[in-house]
Write a protein that binds this ligand. Structure first.
Ligand code: C5P
Length: 232
């Protein structure tokens, strides 16, 4: 597969606002995208999102929404004034929920890339079976990915190990966003199914999400630049 344009997203998983903002200050010249997840959003809310956006970063709001269609669509509409470029919802919420969310996004924020989360990587086959899903995680991911695209989503979050299979079955323009990335030789932390930045880009990732390898680096800007050079 020919290499696509692949970008770095920093997973801003930090417990405290001021240290997060000073981390971003260090990365200002090198980084375009920041992922704000539940930890920081629940603690600091929409104002924190605005503050990060006002520093010039593009925002991926990782809230993994999952509720009845009307509630999720209303939640998407309520983000109308928030400067975000990506938002996650759970593909397991089904066609009606994803279509409602996609419709709400088209009306209120047409540039918003709504991303479907398929199977959480913490699931194995036994865990899925306990929830009544009798497919392997890989089969379930493919099923939900097709359903998500069919329901109007233009992107998905997936494991880098699923890139090849998904690139074969999804429209080429579908954006694939992959966490579980570790620079060669780096600490894997608790991530098990990992891939290097260069290989993820090679296999068709549009955006790689990296947290601790940058946040815990002695020189975060240098770590980010090194990763960007590997995917460019
Ligand atoms: O620090 P690290 O690079 O492992 O951070 C990865 C980010 O991607 C975290 O915010 C984590 O919640 C998220 N994520 C993940 N694996 C998934 C989905 C999301 O690591 N399957």
């Amino acid at each position: 597969m020919s290499k696509r344009d692949c970008k770095l997203i920093l997973a801003l998983d930090m417990p405290e606002r001021n240290s997060a903002l000073s981390m971003l200050e260090k990365l200002r010249n090198d980084l375009e995208w920041v992922k704000i997840g539940l930890q920081m959003h629940l603690a600091y809310g929409a104002n924190f999102v605005r503050e990060v956006a006002s520093m010039g970063f593009k925002i991926f709001l990782d809230l993994k929404l999952y509720d009845i269609p009307n509630t999720v669509a209303s939640a998407v509409r309520s983000l109308e004034d928030l400067p975000i470029g990506m938002l996650t919802i759970h593909a397991e919420g089904g066609r009606e929920m994803m279509s409602a969310a996609a419709g709400a996004a088209r009306q209120t924020n047409p540039d918003l890339l709504l991303l479907g989360v398929t199977v959480l990587t913490s699931f194995d086959e036994a865990g899925l079976a306990e929830t009544g899903v009798c497919l392997t995680p890989a089969e379930e991911v493919e099923k939900l990915a097709k359903l998500a695209v069919d329901s109007g989503l233009r992107g998905l979050v997936c494991s880098p190990l699923e890139l090849e299979a998904l690139r074969k079955i999804l429209p080429a323009q579908t954006k694939l966003v992959t966490p579980g990335i570790r620079p060669a030789g780096g600490d894997a932390n608790e991530q098990k199914r990992i891939m290097t930045p260069a290989l993820a880009a090679e296999k068709g990732s549009d955006f790689i999400v990296v947290g601790r390898p940058i946040l815990a680096a002695e020189n975060p800007a240098e770590a980010a630049r090194e990763i960007i050079s590997q995917i460019s």
